[in-house]
Design a protein around this ligand. Structure first.
Ligand code: 8YV
Length: 302
């Protein structure tokens, strides 16, 4: 009998076909007993209970995501289960969405589109929907890892003044402590993983330090931001606007956020391009195949 691979939700054919060629593939966590591999994504919590439901046959949890805050790594380690993720292949797609949200929030695109769709556009107005320009602005990148660095590369044509928080150095950009970065930036974009240390990194204390009229973009994880404090900062300042792709309790969004005109809301689509999702799916399959064939997987989580 080939090993059982259980796909918790779904996986694009680019990866699924590779798995089906070699293994017995089932979908749905109700089939997890006896699985050698589980394919999860960011919306699937992986805890001791799930690992024990799979049982001692389980060798790998392959996350269809670069972020792995949904996985209890300690519980996996204790059971000798390897965890893998999908870095690199979604870096550009996610960085492009961060730029899209910066521009959309700055140019009030959501609000503008709603006016047109409601049939409320009565003609060109000299001072309607005035926004701000990204070119020449000060952009603060929180976390200069793969995605944050790609955002910095993509921003080059806008000739921004770039600030960042990170251990690494970036020539041509200035390193700052987080408090200083938010106080100086016109745009702040988040690119750090969610962990116990970074949960509510952007809280009411930090939001009070943001530059008046600035814009916050979050394509990382909703838990990085205290949503209630964010709503207050969007209503009363100092934030002029926000562009969000991720939320604290996805897919639930607080009604206060939905009512605000100055926030652009996307449904967690950072990596949602055909090429990125296919490459992620292939990498998931390569990780599963490597572990089940007794090899080192290409992208293990450390
Ligand atoms: C995933 C993401 O598509 O990779 C991540 O960490 O947030 C997205 O690219 C999504 O989380 C589903 O796993």
């Amino acid at each position: 009998m080939p090993p059982l691979v259980v796909v918790a939700r779904s996986l694009p054919a680019a990866g699924l076909d590779l798995l089906r060629d070699r293994f017995d593939v089932a979908s749905g966590l109700e089939n997890v007993a006896g699985a050698a591999a589980i394919v999860t994504d960011a919306s699937v919590p992986v805890d001791a209970e799930l690992l024990d439901a799979a049982g001692p046959s389980l060798r790998v949890v392959a996350n269809f995501a670069v972020g792995y805050d949904n996985i209890d790594l300690q519980a996996c380690r204790e059971r000798g289960v390897v965890v893998t993720n999908t870095p690199d292949v979604l870096t550009n797609a996610t960085a492009e969405l961060a730029l899209a949200l910066m521009l959309a929030a700055a140019r009030r695109l959501g609000e503008a589109e709603r006016i047109v769709r409601r049939g409320e556009w009565t003609g060109w107005e000299p001072e309607q929907l005035l926004g701000r320009e990204l070119a020449g602005a000060t952009v603060g990148i929180v976390g200069l890892g793969r995605i944050g660095s790609r955002v910095a590369d993509l921003l080059e044509g806008f000739s921004p003044r770039l600030l960042y928080t990170s251990r690494r150095e970036r020539p041509g950009a200035e390193r700052r402590e987080l408090d200083e970065l938010v106080a100086e930036s016109d745009f702040v974009t988040l690119h750090v993983p969610l962990s116990a240390e970074t949960r509510h990194l952007v809280d009411s204390r930090l939001l009070a330090l943001f530059k008046p009229g600035s814009i916050l973009v979050n394509t990382a994880r909703g838990g990085l931001v205290d949503t209630e404090a964010l709503v207050r900062a969007l209503r009363q300042g100092p934030l002029a606007a926000a562009g969000l792709d991720v939320y604290e309790h996805e897919p639930e969004l607080p009604p206060e956020l939905l009512e605000l005109e100055n926030v652009v809301l996307a449904p967690h689509i950072g990596s949602a391009t055909r090429s990125a999702r296919d490459a992620m799916a292939r990498l998931v399959a390569e990780n599963v195949i490597a572990v089940l064939e007794g090899r080192e997987p290409p992208t293990p989580v450390p």
